[in-house]
Design a protein around this ligand. Structure first.
Ligand SMILES: Cc1cc2nc3c(=O)[nH]c(=O)nc-3n(C[C@H](O)[C@H](O)[C@H](O)COP(=O)(O)OP(=O)(O)OC[C@H]3O[C@@H](n4cnc5c(N)ncnc54)[C@H](O)[C@@H]3O)c2cc1C
Length: 477
């Protein structure tokens, strides 16, 4: 079959490789001059900054994609499993390192909050059970409604176990009295651009995933993965065309007939796999007011303020992944829910030069800061940059005199670069019990149209997007 993939984000590239390996003729159109979409890098003055994903987990999912094409992840990229995985800092000066193995993690937690060692282990066991159910139900194929999960369940208790009813915050409260640990767990909601006060406890499975599969650095930066996927796709015969904007998905009598390019050309196809944001698809490429309304009604996931800072010298006490928590996360997520940047934000910072010297010049560091921000929000670059550096200084790391240059990404830039409406990183929000089932379907409204990528099932983030590409490749056959 002739397959056209619209968009060379991670979902588009993984789907293209799988479909080509299955014997189809595959053409990918990407409007940007580079592949990867949100999996992007900035290289300047000897520094490399990951502008999108900085955290890589579940490497086996990508290994599987490369293996389909006769290679492997290890053959494509040099990888380091991070230890510690994260360094968390709170306003009261306390710090918690989460090491790469459970035994040492337990020691650290017990030293940090003596009554919570058992709770930590119990919580991880619970998160593991949620993951086990989610993997064989929610992630095992496309999902049309909660009934799909019922059909895939082994027993009726499965759906209770998945913690769809309690919010992530309530679940954290049930396990931990220590507010700091509740805050640590709540942060996992932001991995899908959501709030722990509104998103389901199901997201606690990420807690287990990080412990089980590790947090990894890819040498040269996580964005190297996009380049390797593209090279692999081309090697097996995918026709990957950059700088080509698709203007329309063309149909004939309710079936796909191809795509119309914005420059006037046409590419015939039996199947179109859309890796663009579903809102862009149903607004511009295949206008569908019913589907578009459904998407807007769900609300957008969060966006972010990203700041890359080239920093001279070396910083004491910095890890690869660092989190500087806000004083009051309830207030923080309340601000975000009201559509304004938090007055007291949590700041995440990735300093990958700690692990990989190739990411920065000698005696320098590549800081990438990320602060959650509502989609569609205007942010003042200068004010927010200063606020981030001040926050980190308040928590004991003052970089302000050592900055060589900074570059920032606002929600509006995320929108413009990747055509992510409002700058929403993960499409529709995962807030609410049923949000996961109401994401735009992998199966489009016309025969031969399929959706991959972070705005469709099963959701955003590299592991889910890779899983979605697998699901769609199976649907195409
Ligand atoms: C700041 C930030 C931090 C993140 N951090 C992490 C992290 O640490 N870990 C993690 O796992 N995930 C993270 N993510 C999420 C992850 O990057 C995304 O979920 C994933 O990369 C999305 O892939 P996708 O397949 O949806 O494609 P996208 O990245 O959305 O790419 C879609 C592509 O389609 C192209 N396109 C759009 N319209 C058209 C058209 N009409 N014609 C042709 N091409 C078109 C766009 O140019 C783009 O290249 C982060 C994202 C951001 C922005």
């Amino acid at each position: 079959m002739q397959v056209v993939v619209v968009g060379a984000g991670v979902g588009g590239l993984c789907a293209a490789i799988r479909l080509r390996a299955a014997g189809h003729d595959v053409t990918v159109f990407e409007r940007n001059p580079v592949v990867g979409g949100k999996l992007a890098a900035l290289r300047k003055g000897g520094y490399t900054f990951d502008l999108g994903p900085t955290l890589f987990t579940m490497p086996h999912l990508f290994d599987d994609v490369f293996r389909v094409a006769g290679s492997s992840l290890a053959a494509q990229v040099q990888m380091t499993r991070l230890d510690p995985q994260f360094r968390y800092r709170w306003a009261d000066g306390s710090t918690l390192d989460v090491p790469n193995d459970r035994e040492r993690t337990l020691d650290r937690v017990e030293a940090f909050s003596p009554d919570d060692g058992d709770s930590w282990m119990d919580f991880e066991y619970h998160a593991q059970q949620i993951w086990e159910v989610a993997e064989r139900t929610f992630l095992a194929g496309t999902v049309r409604s909660p009934w799909t999960l019922v059909a895939r369940s082994k027993n009726p208790l499965d759906l209770d176990r998945i913690e769809g009813k309690r919010t992530l915050h309530r679940l954290a409260q049930a396990y931990f009295d220590d507010r700091r640990l509740q805050q640590l767990v709540g942060r996992y909601a932001t991995y899908s651009g959501s709030s722990p006060y509104r998103a389901p406890g199901t997201l606690s499975c990420i807690f287990h995933i990080e412990q089980e599969y590790g947090c990894w650095h890819l040498h040269g930066g996580v964005a190297v993965l996009a380049e390797r996927l593209a090279t692999t796709a081309r090697r097996i015969g995918v026709d990957l065309r950059l700088g080509v904007d698709v203007g329309r998905v063309a149909t004939s009598r309710g079936s796909i007939s191809g795509v119309d390019l914005a420059d006037g050309g046409r590419q015939p196809a039996d199947v179109v796999v859309s890796d663009v944001d579903a809102e862009h698809l149903y607004t511009d490429l295949l206008p569908d007011s019913k589907r578009r309304k459904r998407i807007t009604k769900m609300g957008r996931s969060m966006s972010a303020f990203v700041m890359c800072a080239a920093v001279r010298g070396r910083t004491e006490g910095v890890a690869h992944h660092n989190v500087f928590f806000s004083l009051d996360d309830e207030q923080e997520f309340d601000d975000l829910a009201k559509g304004r940047p938090a007055t007291d934000p949590t700041v995440y910072a990735c300093v990958s030069s700690v692990t990989d010297p190739s990411m920065a010049p000698t005696d320098a560091e590549n800081w990438v800061f990320l602060v959650n921000a509502p989609a569609d929000t205007g942010i003042d670059r200068k004010l927010m940059s200063a606020a981030v550096l001040n926050r980190v200084a308040e928590r004991g790391i003052d970089l302000r005199d050592r900055i060589e240059f900074t570059r920032t990404l606002l929600p509006a830039d995320i929108d413009a670069r990747y055509r992510a409406p409002g700058g929403a990183i993960y499409g529709t929000s995962s807030n609410g019990r049923t949000a996961a089932f109401r994401r735009p379907s992998n199966v489009g409204p016309v025969d031969g149209l399929f959706l991959v990528g972070g705005s469709t099932h099963p959701g955003g983030g590299l592991p889910l997007v890779a899983t979605g590409a697998h699901i769609v490749a199976d649907l195409v056959g």
